[in-house]
Design a binder for this molecule. Structure first.
Ligand SMILES: *Cc1c(COP(=O)(O)O)cnc(C)c1O
Length: 436
């Protein structure tokens, strides 16, 4: 600026410009669209190499700090944050596939992911095959085609609480020279870290347990850093062929981190679902207490599931922590610190009982969300799974009397007390009848 004192409006804009760094203990929130370059060459270097920070859509120190934190928690090499869990799934799938490619997916996945595959990626020329019996490695193997580019599954799936045999499915994916992408939202890295069992990429809706407070949306992809160009490069030409303008390939520049580098440099910033640094900060704050919360939530959920299973009004409880669950042995093998907080149970009284339950609970919040510190309830058949046919819902474990719970960190005695009072009112008002 000139030696002349600037005018009032100009001073208002420039007086607070910060250049010094300080060692804040909490992650500073860099709520800024972009970053000042030191000089002419610095700008050119940033554009040439991608090093440092230029514009928040391509990188931000707050977001970067939380990416490192989440990569660490998932035992990954590196992570990319995006604006939502849906963005994490779409970014991961667009990182490994394009028009003419094929994805093998578990049939037991989040409805938003299923819609993405069926409606949106299909229109971009990316086909999907859904595997129903996800516990059978041969079912995965049989779905592989020459143009298959990835496997996709959830570590713990809603609504039946299926638990993925990550190592077994990873081996099949590995034989096909494609990455296994695992949505680890329901399990969280406190219970299982899929990359330690052979998965290549983990995705999360950070809106759920990672944040835990239910105040922001966010998503993250974490990569194992084990991309092997020599062995699997034929299934990832975009990573091993030279880039535009004669640039060396992504694999030549980033080696084992080629996939996550491509997600960071190309897919996430171009499709543009960038996270707000403020939201990233709030997710990082939440993730600091992830273990304590999920430990408590898992303990509470197990007690609530056991209690429900003993009630006459309850037909079934689909919680992998119960020995009666078909995947209990798999769950006991993979889930080291508890069985998670989200599960479904089915009331004998069908739709009427489900309505009475949702409207009668006092502590459980009725909403479409999971992983909150507060306990939540939703009726899947009329909400998340409303677009499915009756037969499909039944196969997925969603019946008229099925309710989904996400157990919070309240005193479990209070939660059970609330459930007891509502089941009592159901007994009085709606005599038990068989579910159609
Ligand atoms: C919520 C959820 C998503 C989508 O995440 P958003 O943050 O809501 O976009 C994806 N997968 C699973 C398993 C989820 O529960």
């Amino acid at each position: 600026m000139s030696a002349e004192p600037a005018h009032f409006t100009t001073r208002a804009l420039h007086a607070a410009r910060v250049r010094e760094t300080a060692s804040a203990r909490a992650t500073p929130i860099y709520l800024t669209a972009g970053f000042e370059f030191d000089d002419f060459d610095h700008a050119a270097e940033h554009f040439g190499t991608g090093a440092g920070f230029g514009y928040t859509r391509t990188g931000n120190p707050t977001v970067r700090a939380v990416e490192r934190q989440l990569a660490e928690l998932e035992s990954g090499a590196d992570a990319v944050m995006v604006a939502s869990g849906q963005a994490a799934v779409s970014t991961a799938l667009l990182t490994v596939s394009g028009a003419g490619d094929h994805i093998v997916s578990s049939a037991h996945i989040y409805e938003g992911t299923r819609g993405l595959l069926l409606d949106n990626l299909a229109r971009l020329g990316i086909e999907a095959t859904f595997v129903d019996d996800i516990a059978d490695p041969d079912a995965w193997r049989a779905a592989v085609r020459p143009n298959t580019r990835a496997f996709f599954a959830e570590s713990i799936a809603n609504a039946r609480n299926d638990v993925l045999d990550i190592a077994a499915v990873s081996r099949v994916a590995d034989d096909a020279a494609v990455p296994l992408i695992v949505d680890n939202t329901l399990a969280t890295p406190y219970l299982v870290r899929p990359l330690e069992h052979g998965a290549s990429i983990v995705v999360h809706s950070a809106s759920k347990f990672l944040a835990g407070h239910g105040s922001v949306l966010g998503g993250v992809l974490v990569d194992s850093g084990r991309f092997d160009a020599a062995r699997t490069g034929h299934n990832a030409p975009h990573l091993v062929l030279p880039g535009r303008g004669g640039l060396p390939s992504i694999a030549a520049r980033h080696g084992g981190n080629a996939r996550i580098a491509y997600a960071r440099e190309s897919v996430a910033p171009r499709f543009g679902a960038s996270p707000s640094p403020l939201n990233a900060f709030l997710i990082g704050q939440g993730a600091e207490t992830l273990g304590l919360r999920v430990q408590r939530q898992s303990q509470n959920a197990l007690e609530v599931a056991r209690w429900l299973a003993a009630q006459d009004a309850v037909e079934s409880v689909d919680y992998a922590g119960l020995p009666s669950h078909p995947d209990h042995a798999t769950a006991a093998r993979y889930l080291q610190n508890g069985f998670g907080s989200v599960f479904t149970f089915t009331l004998r009284g069908g739709l009427d009982a489900a309505r009475g339950f949702v409207e009668g609970v006092r502590l459980f919040t009725h909403m479409t969300h999971i992983g909150d510190v507060r306990s939540l309830v939703l009726h899947p058949a009329t909400t998340s799974h409303a677009l499915r046919t009756v037969e499909e819902r039944s196969r997925l474990g969603v019946h008229p009397g099925t309710l989904r719970l996400s157990i919070g960190i309240e005193e479990v005695a209070d939660l059970i007390g609330d459930l007891a009072q509502v089941l009592l009112t159901l007994d009085e008002t709606a005599p038990t009848e068989a579910v159609a």
